[in-house]
Structures are given as C-alpha cells and as structure tokens.
Ligand binder design. Structure first.
Ligand code: GLC
Length: 605
C-alpha cells in the first residue's frame, strides 16, 4: 500500500505537513491558495483546476433569501467537494462576516453590535457570545469569520463606529476575549503568534482592520490616520496584541492609511511589525477589493496593486470577482520575479498552516449535529442578557428624587411610539441579513414593542402608534409613554455622518409625546447623537445601541426585572463641533462623560 503523504497524516506535526505539501505544489496551486472569491462566481473549474483557496459571501449574499442553516451547509459542502477534486485535495476555507452572531443567516441569533457589548464591560459575556456565534456559524458549514473588529473608534462620525467596542483602548482590549470564544482558549504553552483552534465547534477568527481604521481624521471611512508610531501603538495596536496572545489565526488589512500610506501596501506595518516583530504566524487577508484601491482610478494598474500588496505582506487577496485576472497577473509577477517565490511560499505556508490548525484536512465538511443550535433558545437567552447589560440609563426623572423608572407592569395605559419600537431590522442595524441592514421583520426575533406587551400584566394597556399625533391624545388618556427612535441601518461609508442628528420625525415624536405625558425615550443607534436640546423634555432616557434580535432584554430592565448595568463606552458629546473628543482629552466638555451610567436603585424602590 502506498505510503500516506506526510501532509495527509494527522499524526504528523503541522509544520511537517505544511512543508511537505508546499514542496508538492505548483505555482498555479500556490497562486490559487492566495485567491479568495465570492460565492456567486464559484465554479467546479475554479475549485478543481484553478485551486481557489478560499471563498466568502458578501454581506447579504446567501444561497437564497431566507435560506435555512441546512441550505447554507449544503452550499458550503458542495464547494468543498469541488475543492477536494483538485490534484492535491487541499480543502477550501469559506469565510463570512459573523460580526454580531451569524448575521447573514436567517433565523440565527443576532447579538448586540460591538458598541453595545462595550457598554457591558463584561469580557466573560463577550467570550460566551463568541462561543455561541462560532457554533451557529459552524452549523452552516463555515469555519471562518471576519471578526472581531478591534478598531478603537476615536470619532463617532465614522460609519463603522458601532463595530468598535469603544473609544477607549483599554475597554476594547477587555473585549478581545471574543477571540477565545470564537477559536477556543489556547493552553499556556501555546507559542505566541501561532494560530490556534480548539475544535469543530470553534471558528477561525480575523482581527481587523489592521491598523488604525478607527483613527482616521474626521472619522472618514477608509481615510487617513495621522500620528507617530508611539501614538499608533498606544491607541490602536494593543488590542491586536491581545488577539495575538489568544492565538488569532488571521488578520485583515485596513482600507485606511497611516500618515498617507495605505495599509494594503504598508510593508513596515504588515511585515516588519506584525509578522517579524510581533511574530504573527497566521495569514493576512486583504479587505474586499482592498488591493484595487492602491491605484486610481481603482484597479487601473492591477499588476501594480498586486505587486505592491503581496510584497508588503498581504498573503490572501479578497479579489473577490475577477479571479481569472488576479491569477493571471499574480502568476506573471511571480514568473517575472517582481514577486519572489520566497514571498509566495511564505504566504502559502501561512494559509496552509491555518487550514491544518483549523482541522480542515481531517474535517472538511459540516458537522450537521449542530444544525438545531442555530437561533436556539440558549443562545437567544444569552443575547437577551447581553441586551440587558448593554443598556445605559442616562436620565431617570425630571426630579431626581422621583425616579421614573422602573415603570409599573400593573395598571395604567402605556403609549408606545416611534419608528424603532416595532422594527426588528432597525433594532439589529447594519450587517444583518443584508450588508448595510434594512427595516422590517427581517429575521426571527422580538421587537421592543412585542417585549413590552409580553412583560406587562393583564391590567395594563399597551397602545402602539408608530407616529403619534395631537389626535392620539385627544381621543385617549395615557399614564406614561415609551418612545423608541434612532438611526436607520447603515454600514461602512454609508454611515459616515458629519451631523449626527436625530431625524426630524424622531424629534417631532419626542417633542409631541413628552409634552403630553411622562415619557421614557429609548435611543437605538450605532453611536451617541445630538440630544441635548431634547433631554429636559424627557422623564427618562436610555441608550440601547443596536440590541439585535432579543428586544426582551429592554423590557426586562425598564420594568425593573433587572438593574441597569451598562456604562458609556464612548463620550456623549453636546455638539459635533466638539469632535473628535475622547476621554482624557484636555478639551473635555461632554453632555455625558465616558463611563457614565445611572442605576434605578431597585432595592430602595
Ligand atoms: C468589507 C469590510 C470588511 C469585511 C469585508 C468582507 O468591505 O471592510 O470588514 O470583512 O468587506 O465582507
């Protein structure tokens, strides 16, 4: 019987398997491993004969609208079968953006976005969220997520502010426990910088976006972070060090620039710092068409883009569509010597290492015993706990001696209004079912209105009017009101906002309802917004961030089932002309300071 090749023998050391496989590979097979393509352009030929190493789905790109977990698993396993038909049967690595639960998958548990998790200041909770997310992602056959985003967002005008746990580096560092949740916890003896994965219930993580995406001037997405290396290190690098300490398997380069040099071609930061100084042994992936941005018009000199990025230290390129051109140009650059075979071998070695560590060679297909855990009760209860702990109480009673919260469940007529009271899509925000998020009943979950109705007693009336008018108050009496307003979903550059104002409709609803009846205002947003002019009208004010599918967590707290726990993960400014303004700044004049959060003092009730 022919000797089993070393790379196919799980008894062999991973580094021996990597070396053995690399020696067997042709240039075409190596170039294919460095290529990541979108699921919509995958073919048998691409997988079998062009050796594509990785596939992703764009935000919102799904097997079909409302696809079940099983349909996801069938799709991913189908791609894997094609990949294993290739000459060396190297398994393909499928990745997705599971950034607050398995948010592309209908019916999956949707956790609060990172800004809300930052408000919890609870590393253990965040680790458990990572564990639950990993299981739901694995249940659909996917072994890789482009998370966590460990950006330290220094300006709320940035469209990705909600993807950042906090403006404060130390707070972001605390939340990097999500890497252990996603990948599992490495033993003390685990070599620093070496990728780690515990089991088939864990997923390969991706620390992103390296580095400084949250520090761009004016919060401009994909903009320019200016400052010394010491400043870059003290504000933005430390959370990446914590991810490395946890054995993070991959890193994603940032679209942004540092001192006007784009990260996607930054040899000093990608190779000298991340790989050589910090000893990172996983692989660096580009962002979506990230290398194309290295020349203007975008992608016009594609060979230059490839040469500059790969030579800087990018190992895998998220092409993601025209992979024939990428493969052709990269092959030309290798054969011409503009990209050395040493560089190619380093990139492929890193990719293979992650695939071996990820167990893909032994377990290339879905563990379907996990399927029933997608959106399961246990995970939804965890998400509900996270919602409770993320809420920040900013005002409780026009008269501090007469707290307005907790509201009574027994008796009275509560008006519930506002665009966000009964809208699951708004509750979840961007990166949910679609890339930038949409309103409506987009998946399975509980809206805040539904939660309020379920929470109150039989003798309490809950009247819902999305847009209350003067007439609403002429024809009926209310003992109190709850107005839920906020931002509509967005992602990335679509969320860049120099004004940070509430919509006219939200302001109108707040002003009207507050003038008629004692009102709790709940804000659903990816960041602080201008509210100072309205605060005095409110009886109570709660920041709920982007809570996700389990709106019941809001009702749990406002009716006194649980005490408020959250505190501000970011400074609440008064006016945008104060920005950027972060805790520790000399010009610090906030409406509510970083770390602020009131209690209801339930025991005294
Ligand atoms: C996006 C984002 C990145 C994401 C990637 C794949 O443009 O910048 O965070 O992981 O593309 O969707």
């Amino acid at each position: 019987m022919a000797e089993k090749p070393i790379y196919k023998d799980p008894q062999q050391a991973i580094e021996e398997r990597v070396k053995d496989l690399l020696l067997r590979m042709t240039i075409a097979e190596k170039v294919g491993q460095m290529t990541q393509i979108e699921r919509s352009v995958v073919t048998l030929d691409a997988m079998k004969n062009q050796f594509i190493g990785s596939i992703l789905n764009a935000g919102g790109s799904t097997p079909r609208s409302g696809a079940s977990a099983e349909e996801w698993a069938d799709m991913v396993d189908g791609f894997q079968r094609w990949a294993l038909e290739s000459r060396l049967s190297i398994p393909v690595l499928y990745g997705t953006d599971a950034v607050h639960g398995h948010n592309n998958c209908y019916g999956a548990t949707i956790f609060p976005h990172n800004i809300g998790l930052g408000a919890t200041r609870d590393p253990n909770l965040v680790q458990k969220i990572g564990e639950a997310t990993a299981i739901e992602v694995r249940a659909t056959g996917i072994p890789y997520t482009f998370a966590p985003c460990v950006a330290v967002s220094r300006d709320p005008r940035w469209g990705r502010c909600y993807e950042s746990y906090s403006e404060d580096t130390e707070t972001v560092r605390k939340m990097t426990t999500i890497v252990q949740g996603l990948q599992g916890s490495p033993p003390q003896s685990h070599p620093k910088g070496y990728p780690f994965l515990a089991s088939r219930k864990n997923v390969i993580a991706c620390m992103k976006h390296f580095i400084g995406d949250g520090g761009t001037k004016g919060g401009i997405n994909e903009g320019n972070t200016v400052g010394s290396f010491d400043e870059l290190h003290s504000v933005h690098l430390k959370p990446f060090l914590d991810c490395l300490d946890q054995g993070v398997c991959t890193a994603m380069a940032s679209y942004s620039s540092w001192n006007s040099m784009m990260l996607h071609s930054h040899h000093f930061l990608l190779t000298q710092v991340l790989k050589h100084q910090l000893g990172f042994k996983g692989f660096v992936i580009s962002d979506w068409e990230g290398i194309d941005r290295l020349c203007q018009p975008q992608g016009s000199d594609y060979r230059f883009c490839i040469s500059a990025s790969i030579n800087a230290g990018i190992d895998m390129v998220m092409v993601p569509h025209d992979f024939q051109k990428f493969i052709g140009d990269l092959t030309f650059l290798v054969e011409s010597g503009e990209i050395s075979m040493t560089r190619i071998d380093d990139a492929v070695e890193r990719i293979l290492r992650v695939k071996f560590v990820g167990g893909l060679f032994e377990h290339p297909f879905t563990d379907r015993s996990l399927l029933n855990l997608v959106g399961c009760k246990m995970h939804r209860e965890l998400a509900r706990e996270a919602v409770r702990k993320s809420l920040v109480l900013l005002k409780n009673g026009k008269n501090p001696n007469k707290p307005f919260l907790p509201l009574s469940k027994n008796g009275g007529r509560i008006l519930v209004g506002g665009e966000h009271a009964h809208n699951l899509g708004y509750q979840c925000g961007g990166w949910t079912i679609t890339w930038y998020g949409i309103g409506g009943q987009i998946t399975q979950g509980t809206t805040i209105l539904e939660a309020i109705k379920a929470a109150v007693g039989m003798n309490t009336a809950v009247i819902y009017e999305e847009n209350p008018t003067e007439t609403s108050f002429k024809t009926q009496e209310f003992s109190s009101a709850i107005v839920v307003v906020g931002e509509k979903p967005y992602a990335e550059f679509l969320g860049d906002d120099p004004k940070l104002e509430l919509s006219p409709k939200a302001i109108e609803t707040i002003e009207l309802v507050c003038s008629k009846v004692p009102t709790l205002v709940i804000l659903l947003s990816g960041r602080p917004l201008i509210v100072e002019p309205l605060i005095e009208k409110m009886e109570a004010f709660v920041a709920a961030w982007l809570p996700g599918s389990e709106g019941a967590g809001v009702a749990d707290v406002i009716f006194g089932g649980y005490e408020f726990h959250g505190c501000l993960p970011r400074t609440w400014f008064k006016r945008v002309d104060q920005l950027p303004m972060n805790v520790g700044d000399s010009n610090y004049d906030p409406l509510f300071p970083f770390g602020f959060g009131l209690k209801m003092n339930l025991k005294n009730q």
